[in-house]
Design a protein around this ligand. Structure first.
Ligand code: NIG
Ligand code: FE
Length: 408
Protein backbone atom coordinates (compact mmCIF):
# COMPACT_ATOMS: atom_id res chain seq x y z
CA UNK A 1 0.00 0.00 0.00
CA UNK A 2 1.30 3.47 -0.92
CA UNK A 3 0.82 5.94 1.90
CA UNK A 4 1.62 9.63 1.98
CA UNK A 5 1.05 12.52 4.34
CA UNK A 6 1.15 16.20 3.44
CA UNK A 7 1.70 17.97 6.75
CA UNK A 8 1.96 21.52 8.11
CA UNK A 9 -0.38 22.77 5.36
CA UNK A 10 -1.04 26.45 5.91
CA UNK A 11 -4.59 26.09 4.51
CA UNK A 12 -6.21 22.94 3.20
CA UNK A 13 -8.99 24.30 0.98
CA UNK A 14 -12.23 23.13 -0.65
CA UNK A 15 -13.09 20.45 1.92
CA UNK A 16 -16.54 19.00 1.28
CA UNK A 17 -18.24 15.99 2.82
CA UNK A 18 -21.78 17.09 1.89
CA UNK A 19 -21.96 15.02 -1.28
CA UNK A 20 -23.17 18.00 -3.31
CA UNK A 21 -22.45 17.78 -7.01
CA UNK A 22 -21.89 21.47 -7.74
CA UNK A 23 -21.91 24.84 -6.04
CA UNK A 24 -24.52 27.48 -6.93
CA UNK A 25 -25.05 31.24 -6.47
CA UNK A 26 -24.33 32.60 -2.97
CA UNK A 27 -22.79 29.29 -1.92
CA UNK A 28 -19.99 29.92 -4.39
CA UNK A 29 -18.64 32.59 -2.03
CA UNK A 30 -17.91 29.93 0.58
CA UNK A 31 -15.00 27.51 0.66
CA UNK A 32 -14.52 25.26 3.64
CA UNK A 33 -10.88 25.19 4.78
CA UNK A 34 -8.68 23.94 7.62
CA UNK A 35 -5.79 26.03 8.87
CA UNK A 36 -2.55 24.28 9.89
CA UNK A 37 -3.67 20.93 8.52
CA UNK A 38 -2.55 17.56 7.30
CA UNK A 39 -3.81 15.33 4.48
CA UNK A 40 -3.41 11.55 4.35
CA UNK A 41 -3.34 9.80 0.97
CA UNK A 42 -3.64 6.03 0.48
CA UNK A 43 -3.36 4.37 -2.91
CA UNK A 44 -3.97 7.66 -4.68
CA UNK A 45 -7.12 8.48 -2.73
CA UNK A 46 -7.85 10.92 0.06
CA UNK A 47 -7.94 8.81 3.25
CA UNK A 48 -8.15 11.44 6.00
CA UNK A 49 -7.35 15.03 6.94
CA UNK A 50 -7.30 17.10 10.08
CA UNK A 51 -5.60 19.79 12.17
CA UNK A 52 -1.92 19.48 13.04
CA UNK A 53 -2.96 19.68 16.71
CA UNK A 54 -4.41 16.18 16.26
CA UNK A 55 -1.52 14.82 14.19
CA UNK A 56 -0.58 11.36 15.58
CA UNK A 57 1.12 9.25 12.93
CA UNK A 58 4.11 6.95 12.82
CA UNK A 59 5.97 8.79 10.08
CA UNK A 60 8.15 5.79 9.25
CA UNK A 61 5.12 4.24 7.57
CA UNK A 62 4.47 7.16 5.24
CA UNK A 63 6.10 9.23 2.56
CA UNK A 64 6.04 12.74 4.07
CA UNK A 65 5.70 16.08 2.29
CA UNK A 66 6.20 19.15 4.47
CA UNK A 67 3.95 21.93 3.16
CA UNK A 68 4.89 24.63 5.67
CA UNK A 69 3.55 28.00 4.44
CA UNK A 70 1.81 26.37 1.49
CA UNK A 71 -1.80 25.98 0.38
CA UNK A 72 -3.28 22.67 -0.75
CA UNK A 73 -6.47 22.46 -2.82
CA UNK A 74 -7.99 20.17 -5.46
CA UNK A 75 -6.21 20.17 -8.82
CA UNK A 76 -8.02 22.11 -11.53
CA UNK A 77 -10.77 20.45 -13.57
CA UNK A 78 -10.51 22.01 -17.03
CA UNK A 79 -13.80 21.07 -18.70
CA UNK A 80 -13.24 22.59 -22.16
CA UNK A 81 -10.16 22.23 -24.36
CA UNK A 82 -9.22 21.61 -27.99
CA UNK A 83 -5.75 20.38 -27.13
CA UNK A 84 -5.34 18.03 -30.13
CA UNK A 85 -4.23 20.20 -33.06
CA UNK A 86 -1.46 20.11 -35.60
CA UNK A 87 0.01 23.60 -35.60
CA UNK A 88 -0.10 26.95 -33.90
CA UNK A 89 -1.77 29.88 -35.76
CA UNK A 90 0.32 32.90 -34.87
CA UNK A 91 0.03 34.33 -38.40
CA UNK A 92 -3.68 34.87 -37.67
CA UNK A 93 -2.65 36.44 -34.39
CA UNK A 94 -0.71 39.01 -36.42
CA UNK A 95 -3.73 39.43 -38.78
CA UNK A 96 -5.76 40.27 -35.68
CA UNK A 97 -3.18 42.84 -34.58
CA UNK A 98 -3.62 44.34 -38.05
CA UNK A 99 -7.34 44.68 -37.44
CA UNK A 100 -9.04 41.55 -38.80
CA UNK A 101 -11.73 39.95 -36.62
CA UNK A 102 -12.05 36.25 -35.70
CA UNK A 103 -15.03 35.96 -38.08
CA UNK A 104 -13.20 37.74 -40.95
CA UNK A 105 -10.23 35.38 -40.57
CA UNK A 106 -12.60 32.38 -40.61
CA UNK A 107 -14.32 33.69 -43.75
CA UNK A 108 -10.96 33.80 -45.57
CA UNK A 109 -10.41 30.09 -44.91
CA UNK A 110 -8.30 30.72 -41.80
CA UNK A 111 -9.41 29.76 -38.34
CA UNK A 112 -10.86 26.30 -37.77
CA UNK A 113 -10.60 25.39 -41.49
CA UNK A 114 -6.90 26.22 -41.43
CA UNK A 115 -6.42 23.89 -38.45
CA UNK A 116 -8.45 21.18 -40.24
CA UNK A 117 -6.13 21.31 -43.24
CA UNK A 118 -3.05 21.08 -41.05
CA UNK A 119 -4.52 18.21 -39.07
CA UNK A 120 -5.38 16.31 -42.26
CA UNK A 121 -1.72 16.52 -43.33
CA UNK A 122 -0.32 15.41 -39.95
CA UNK A 123 0.16 11.72 -39.05
CA UNK A 124 -1.67 10.40 -35.99
CA UNK A 125 1.56 9.64 -34.17
CA UNK A 126 2.79 13.22 -34.54
CA UNK A 127 -0.57 14.64 -33.40
CA UNK A 128 -0.40 12.44 -30.35
CA UNK A 129 3.12 13.56 -29.52
CA UNK A 130 2.23 17.25 -29.77
CA UNK A 131 -1.01 16.86 -27.80
CA UNK A 132 0.68 14.87 -25.01
CA UNK A 133 3.23 17.64 -24.72
CA UNK A 134 0.41 20.17 -24.16
CA UNK A 135 -1.35 17.86 -21.70
CA UNK A 136 1.86 17.61 -19.65
CA UNK A 137 2.19 21.39 -19.76
CA UNK A 138 -1.35 21.74 -18.35
CA UNK A 139 -0.63 19.16 -15.65
CA UNK A 140 2.39 21.22 -14.62
CA UNK A 141 0.08 24.25 -14.27
CA UNK A 142 -2.06 22.26 -11.82
CA UNK A 143 -4.69 20.61 -14.01
CA UNK A 144 -5.79 17.17 -12.78
CA UNK A 145 -8.74 16.44 -15.09
CA UNK A 146 -9.28 17.51 -18.66
CA UNK A 147 -11.93 17.45 -21.38
CA UNK A 148 -10.68 17.32 -24.98
CA UNK A 149 -12.74 17.90 -28.13
CA UNK A 150 -12.40 16.74 -31.70
CA UNK A 151 -13.45 19.31 -34.31
CA UNK A 152 -10.38 19.95 -36.43
CA UNK A 153 -11.12 16.87 -38.56
CA UNK A 154 -14.38 17.89 -40.25
CA UNK A 155 -14.42 14.65 -42.25
CA UNK A 156 -15.25 11.15 -41.05
CA UNK A 157 -11.69 9.95 -41.40
CA UNK A 158 -10.05 12.91 -39.68
CA UNK A 159 -12.61 13.20 -36.87
CA UNK A 160 -11.99 9.54 -36.08
CA UNK A 161 -8.25 10.21 -36.17
CA UNK A 162 -8.67 12.95 -33.56
CA UNK A 163 -10.88 10.80 -31.35
CA UNK A 164 -8.32 8.00 -31.46
CA UNK A 165 -5.64 10.45 -30.36
CA UNK A 166 -7.84 11.52 -27.45
CA UNK A 167 -8.36 7.85 -26.55
CA UNK A 168 -4.60 7.38 -26.40
CA UNK A 169 -4.25 10.44 -24.20
CA UNK A 170 -6.88 8.90 -21.89
CA UNK A 171 -4.77 5.78 -21.62
CA UNK A 172 -1.41 7.46 -21.21
CA UNK A 173 -1.84 10.83 -19.50
CA UNK A 174 -2.26 9.63 -15.92
CA UNK A 175 -5.11 12.08 -15.29
CA UNK A 176 -8.84 11.82 -15.99
CA UNK A 177 -9.66 12.73 -19.59
CA UNK A 178 -13.14 13.06 -21.14
CA UNK A 179 -13.61 13.20 -24.88
CA UNK A 180 -16.16 15.20 -26.86
CA UNK A 181 -17.19 14.73 -30.48
CA UNK A 182 -17.29 18.15 -32.20
CA UNK A 183 -17.52 17.53 -35.95
CA UNK A 184 -20.00 20.44 -35.96
CA UNK A 185 -17.24 22.95 -35.30
CA UNK A 186 -17.23 24.62 -38.75
CA UNK A 187 -18.69 24.01 -42.20
CA UNK A 188 -15.93 22.52 -44.41
CA UNK A 189 -15.18 24.51 -47.61
CA UNK A 190 -16.68 21.84 -49.88
CA UNK A 191 -20.03 22.19 -48.07
CA UNK A 192 -20.09 25.99 -48.03
CA UNK A 193 -23.03 26.14 -50.43
CA UNK A 194 -24.73 23.16 -48.76
CA UNK A 195 -24.26 23.28 -44.99
CA UNK A 196 -27.16 20.89 -44.42
CA UNK A 197 -25.25 18.36 -46.50
CA UNK A 198 -22.49 18.47 -43.89
CA UNK A 199 -25.05 18.10 -41.10
CA UNK A 200 -26.36 15.02 -42.99
CA UNK A 201 -22.84 13.58 -43.04
CA UNK A 202 -22.48 14.14 -39.28
CA UNK A 203 -25.90 12.67 -38.49
CA UNK A 204 -25.98 9.76 -40.91
CA UNK A 205 -22.36 8.64 -41.01
CA UNK A 206 -20.22 10.08 -38.26
CA UNK A 207 -22.41 9.83 -35.15
CA UNK A 208 -23.35 6.15 -35.68
CA UNK A 209 -19.68 5.16 -35.96
CA UNK A 210 -18.51 7.32 -33.06
CA UNK A 211 -21.41 5.97 -31.01
CA UNK A 212 -20.90 2.30 -31.84
CA UNK A 213 -17.14 2.45 -31.34
CA UNK A 214 -17.64 4.34 -28.07
CA UNK A 215 -15.12 6.96 -29.14
CA UNK A 216 -16.64 9.91 -27.28
CA UNK A 217 -18.27 10.70 -23.94
CA UNK A 218 -20.02 13.88 -25.09
CA UNK A 219 -21.22 15.68 -28.21
CA UNK A 220 -20.72 19.35 -29.02
CA UNK A 221 -21.93 21.83 -31.66
CA UNK A 222 -20.68 25.37 -32.30
CA UNK A 223 -24.19 26.84 -32.26
CA UNK A 224 -23.52 30.43 -33.19
CA UNK A 225 -23.98 33.09 -35.85
CA UNK A 226 -22.18 32.04 -39.03
CA UNK A 227 -21.59 28.48 -37.80
CA UNK A 228 -24.45 26.06 -36.95
CA UNK A 229 -28.10 27.08 -36.60
CA UNK A 230 -30.47 25.99 -33.85
CA UNK A 231 -32.36 23.52 -36.12
CA UNK A 232 -29.05 22.01 -37.29
CA UNK A 233 -27.89 21.75 -33.68
CA UNK A 234 -31.14 19.98 -32.73
CA UNK A 235 -30.71 17.36 -35.45
CA UNK A 236 -27.17 16.61 -34.32
CA UNK A 237 -28.07 16.43 -30.63
CA UNK A 238 -31.07 14.19 -31.30
CA UNK A 239 -28.95 11.73 -33.23
CA UNK A 240 -26.21 11.86 -30.56
CA UNK A 241 -28.79 11.09 -27.86
CA UNK A 242 -29.53 7.76 -29.56
CA UNK A 243 -25.98 6.73 -28.65
CA UNK A 244 -26.02 8.20 -25.17
CA UNK A 245 -23.88 11.19 -26.17
CA UNK A 246 -24.77 13.98 -23.74
CA UNK A 247 -24.38 17.52 -25.13
CA UNK A 248 -21.80 20.11 -24.14
CA UNK A 249 -22.46 23.08 -26.40
CA UNK A 250 -20.41 26.00 -27.75
CA UNK A 251 -23.06 28.69 -27.34
CA UNK A 252 -23.51 32.45 -27.54
CA UNK A 253 -19.88 33.37 -28.15
CA UNK A 254 -20.61 35.59 -31.14
CA UNK A 255 -24.30 36.45 -30.75
CA UNK A 256 -27.53 35.70 -28.87
CA UNK A 257 -27.63 32.51 -30.89
CA UNK A 258 -30.24 30.40 -29.11
CA UNK A 259 -27.43 27.99 -28.27
CA UNK A 260 -28.05 28.17 -24.53
CA UNK A 261 -31.74 27.35 -24.96
CA UNK A 262 -31.14 24.48 -27.36
CA UNK A 263 -28.51 23.06 -25.02
CA UNK A 264 -30.81 23.26 -22.01
CA UNK A 265 -33.70 21.70 -23.98
CA UNK A 266 -31.50 18.73 -24.79
CA UNK A 267 -30.21 18.24 -21.25
CA UNK A 268 -26.70 19.57 -21.93
CA UNK A 269 -24.21 18.93 -19.17
CA UNK A 270 -22.71 22.33 -19.91
CA UNK A 271 -23.12 25.29 -22.24
CA UNK A 272 -19.82 27.02 -22.85
CA UNK A 273 -18.51 30.51 -23.78
CA UNK A 274 -21.69 32.63 -23.18
CA UNK A 275 -20.13 36.02 -23.94
CA UNK A 276 -23.63 36.99 -25.20
CA UNK A 277 -25.99 36.07 -22.39
CA UNK A 278 -29.16 38.00 -21.54
CA UNK A 279 -31.82 37.75 -18.85
CA UNK A 280 -33.84 35.17 -20.81
CA UNK A 281 -30.81 32.87 -21.05
CA UNK A 282 -30.05 33.21 -17.32
CA UNK A 283 -33.67 32.40 -16.52
CA UNK A 284 -33.51 29.32 -18.73
CA UNK A 285 -30.29 28.12 -17.06
CA UNK A 286 -31.79 28.61 -13.59
CA UNK A 287 -34.49 26.06 -14.44
CA UNK A 288 -31.92 23.47 -15.55
CA UNK A 289 -29.10 21.21 -14.40
CA UNK A 290 -26.84 22.61 -17.14
CA UNK A 291 -23.55 24.15 -16.03
CA UNK A 292 -22.57 27.47 -17.62
CA UNK A 293 -18.83 27.12 -18.38
CA UNK A 294 -17.04 30.42 -18.96
CA UNK A 295 -13.80 30.71 -20.93
CA UNK A 296 -12.28 34.12 -20.16
CA UNK A 297 -9.05 33.20 -21.97
CA UNK A 298 -10.92 33.41 -25.29
CA UNK A 299 -12.47 36.80 -24.48
CA UNK A 300 -9.02 38.03 -23.44
CA UNK A 301 -7.22 36.75 -26.51
CA UNK A 302 -9.86 37.86 -29.04
CA UNK A 303 -10.61 41.17 -27.31
CA UNK A 304 -14.30 40.30 -26.82
CA UNK A 305 -16.64 41.27 -24.03
CA UNK A 306 -16.43 38.88 -21.08
CA UNK A 307 -19.41 36.73 -20.12
CA UNK A 308 -21.56 38.27 -17.35
CA UNK A 309 -20.27 36.00 -14.58
CA UNK A 310 -21.25 38.37 -11.78
CA UNK A 311 -24.83 38.63 -13.00
CA UNK A 312 -25.05 34.86 -13.39
CA UNK A 313 -23.79 34.06 -9.91
CA UNK A 314 -25.86 36.82 -8.31
CA UNK A 315 -28.92 35.35 -10.03
CA UNK A 316 -28.18 32.02 -8.31
CA UNK A 317 -26.42 30.12 -11.09
CA UNK A 318 -23.41 27.90 -10.69
CA UNK A 319 -20.46 28.75 -12.93
CA UNK A 320 -17.46 26.73 -14.09
CA UNK A 321 -14.27 28.18 -15.57
CA UNK A 322 -12.19 26.44 -18.25
CA UNK A 323 -9.24 27.27 -20.47
CA UNK A 324 -10.59 26.57 -24.00
CA UNK A 325 -6.96 25.72 -24.86
CA UNK A 326 -6.89 25.89 -28.70
CA UNK A 327 -4.72 27.44 -31.43
CA UNK A 328 -7.23 30.10 -32.56
CA UNK A 329 -8.94 31.77 -29.65
CA UNK A 330 -7.04 30.71 -26.55
CA UNK A 331 -3.55 29.29 -27.03
CA UNK A 332 -3.03 28.63 -23.32
CA UNK A 333 -4.00 25.92 -20.86
CA UNK A 334 -2.85 27.84 -17.82
CA UNK A 335 -5.76 27.65 -15.37
CA UNK A 336 -4.06 29.99 -12.95
CA UNK A 337 -4.18 32.73 -15.58
CA UNK A 338 -7.84 31.88 -16.25
CA UNK A 339 -8.43 32.39 -12.52
CA UNK A 340 -6.72 35.78 -12.60
CA UNK A 341 -8.85 36.84 -15.59
CA UNK A 342 -11.99 35.72 -13.76
CA UNK A 343 -11.02 37.93 -10.83
CA UNK A 344 -9.77 40.96 -12.76
CA UNK A 345 -12.18 40.98 -15.71
CA UNK A 346 -15.31 39.26 -14.41
CA UNK A 347 -15.17 40.39 -10.76
CA UNK A 348 -15.40 36.88 -9.40
CA UNK A 349 -14.21 36.50 -5.81
CA UNK A 350 -11.29 34.15 -5.02
CA UNK A 351 -13.60 31.62 -3.31
CA UNK A 352 -16.06 31.71 -6.23
CA UNK A 353 -13.15 31.09 -8.57
CA UNK A 354 -11.90 28.10 -6.58
CA UNK A 355 -15.39 26.55 -6.69
CA UNK A 356 -15.57 27.25 -10.43
CA UNK A 357 -12.25 25.56 -11.30
CA UNK A 358 -12.69 22.56 -9.00
CA UNK A 359 -16.11 21.06 -8.18
CA UNK A 360 -18.05 22.97 -10.86
CA UNK A 361 -15.42 22.14 -13.47
CA UNK A 362 -15.61 18.48 -12.47
CA UNK A 363 -19.42 18.58 -12.80
CA UNK A 364 -19.09 20.05 -16.30
CA UNK A 365 -17.35 16.85 -17.39
CA UNK A 366 -19.23 14.35 -15.25
CA UNK A 367 -16.35 13.77 -12.84
CA UNK A 368 -17.74 15.34 -9.66
CA UNK A 369 -17.95 12.02 -7.81
CA UNK A 370 -14.18 11.54 -7.98
CA UNK A 371 -12.69 15.01 -8.46
CA UNK A 372 -13.14 18.62 -7.47
CA UNK A 373 -13.04 18.61 -3.67
CA UNK A 374 -11.07 17.40 -0.67
CA UNK A 375 -13.40 14.56 0.25
CA UNK A 376 -12.52 11.22 1.82
CA UNK A 377 -12.54 8.63 -0.95
CA UNK A 378 -12.03 11.06 -3.84
CA UNK A 379 -8.88 10.98 -5.94
CA UNK A 380 -5.93 12.70 -4.27
CA UNK A 381 -5.60 15.04 -7.22
CA UNK A 382 -4.21 18.13 -5.49
CA UNK A 383 -2.10 21.23 -6.00
CA UNK A 384 0.53 22.21 -3.44
CA UNK A 385 1.41 25.87 -3.89
CA UNK A 386 4.63 27.68 -3.17
CA UNK A 387 4.57 29.60 0.14
CA UNK A 388 1.93 32.37 -0.18
CA UNK A 389 0.49 34.98 2.19
CA UNK A 390 -3.15 34.24 1.24
CA UNK A 391 -5.26 32.40 -1.32
CA UNK A 392 -6.15 35.67 -3.08
CA UNK A 393 -2.43 36.07 -3.77
CA UNK A 394 -2.64 33.10 -6.17
CA UNK A 395 -4.76 35.19 -8.57
CA UNK A 396 -3.28 38.58 -7.68
CA UNK A 397 0.30 37.60 -8.59
CA UNK A 398 -0.97 36.83 -12.06
CA UNK A 399 2.30 35.93 -13.77
CA UNK A 400 4.07 34.29 -10.84
CA UNK A 401 4.49 30.53 -11.02
CA UNK A 402 2.98 29.55 -7.68
CA UNK A 403 2.27 25.86 -8.32
CA UNK A 404 5.07 23.95 -6.61
CA UNK A 405 3.82 20.40 -6.85
CA UNK A 406 0.82 18.56 -8.28
CA UNK A 407 -0.30 15.10 -7.19
CA UNK A 408 -2.38 13.07 -9.64
O1 NIG B 1 -13.92 27.50 -28.38
N1 NIG B 1 -15.45 28.94 -30.83
C1 NIG B 1 -15.23 27.88 -31.36
N2 NIG B 1 -14.19 27.08 -31.20
C2 NIG B 1 -12.99 27.40 -30.49
C3 NIG B 1 -11.99 28.09 -31.34
C4 NIG B 1 -11.42 27.19 -32.33
C5 NIG B 1 -10.36 27.80 -33.19
O2 NIG B 1 -10.39 29.01 -33.47
O3 NIG B 1 -9.53 27.03 -33.62
C6 NIG B 1 -13.32 28.13 -29.23
O4 NIG B 1 -13.01 29.29 -29.04
FE1 FE C 1 -13.96 25.89 -27.47
Amino acid sequence: MQQMIIKNIRFLMQIDESGRRRVCGEEMKRVSSLEDAYLVIRDGKIAAYGKMDDYRFDETEYQIIDATGRFVFPAFCDSHTHIVYAASRESEFVDKINGLSYVEIAERGGGILNSAKRLHDTPEEELCKQAMCRVRECMGFGTGALEIKSGYGLSLEDELKMLRVIRRIKEEAGIAVRSTFLAAHAIPAEYKANPDGYVDLIVKEMIPIVGKEDLADYIDVFCDEGFFTVPQTERILEEGAKYGLIPKIHANELALSGGIQVGVRHGALSVDHLEHTGDAEIEELLQSETMPALLPGAAFFLGMNYPPARKMIDAGLSVALASDYNPGSSPSGNMKFVMSLAAIKMKMLPEEILNAVTLNGAYAMGLEKEYGSITVGKKASVVITKPMPSFAYFMYAYTSDLVEHVLF
